[in-house]
Design a protein around this ligand. Structure first.
Ligand code: ZN
Length: 236
């Protein structure tokens, strides 16, 4: 089989570089940095939404407490007025008892209200911190996004240069040779042409025996050598 294996090897080098460029573009560290910036922002937004919901629930409860307290106060005042008109000791005692129960309820509501106010103030502080954290996370995300765009542009430009080189290299190779190269690339994971290093095929990494190496050496210059193990073209 007569073909210019050296020229195909040049094509192979360009194609391998293009492939590596594409993998590098896919695995840019800026990609995972952007992913983690997005996740950070989402986490802060979730926490902020939870805090806001808690704050809302506390406000609702405080309103309920205020209403209940006002109603207890009104009830208590009414009992106080009744107290002034009562003469019988047993009735006065019963009223006294009812008023004490109301006072206990009122105190419990006050305690709960105080606790809610303290918690609400702490939640306000946390919400302020979260608002700042969210602003920082938004800016981080946009920086990470810009960094990714710039890194991707640079990799894409590298790949374009290689693709232009490829056109030049292809133009120097016979169409039939290109067809063989394409067929081998498709069958052998993109590596059609390999070099022999220390008696090992660079494509399949298997040893080529001394007698096989000798046969390869004795092939006419324009004859393509193939790896006896993987059938890839070998550069001599
Ligand atoms: Zn091989």
């Amino acid at each position: 089989m007569a073909m210019d294996v050296k020229a195909l090897y040049e094509l192979q080098k360009v194609d391998t570089a293009i492939e590596q460029g594409k993998v590098a573009l896919e695995k840019l560290p800026e990609r995972s940095q952007l992913q983690s910036a997005i996740a950070d922002l989402a986490g802060i937004c979730r926490r902020r939404a939870e805090m806001r919901a808690q704050q809302q629930a506390m406000e609702t409860e405080l309103t309920t407490i205020e209403k209940a307290s006002a109603s207890i106060d009104a009830h208590h005042a009414k009992l106080e007025r009744q107290m002034k008109t009562i003469i019988a000791a047993r009735e006065a005692e019963a009223l006294q008892h009812e008023m004490q129960t109301l006072e206990t309820q009122r105190n419990e509501l006050d305690d709960r209200g105080l606790l809610l106010l303290e918690t609400s103030a702490a939640t306000d502080d946390e919400l302020r911190q979260l608002a700042q954290a969210e602003a920082d996370a938004v800016s981080n995300e946009s920086l990470a996004s810009a960094a990714l765009a710039s890194a991707a542009d640079s990799k894409t430009a590298d790949i374009s240069i290689l693709q232009e080189q490829r056109i030049v290299v292809v133009s120097t190779i016979a169409q039939d040779d290109i067809a063989v190269y394409n067929r081998l690339c498709a069958s052998y994971k993109g590596i059609a042409v390999a070099v022999i290093q220390h008696g090992v095929c660079g494509g399949c990494h298997m040893d080529i025996s001394v007698s096989e190496l000798d046969m390869i050496k004795r092939l006419p210059a324009d004859q393509a050598a193939e790896c006896p193990n993987c059938n890839r073209l070998l550069v001599r």
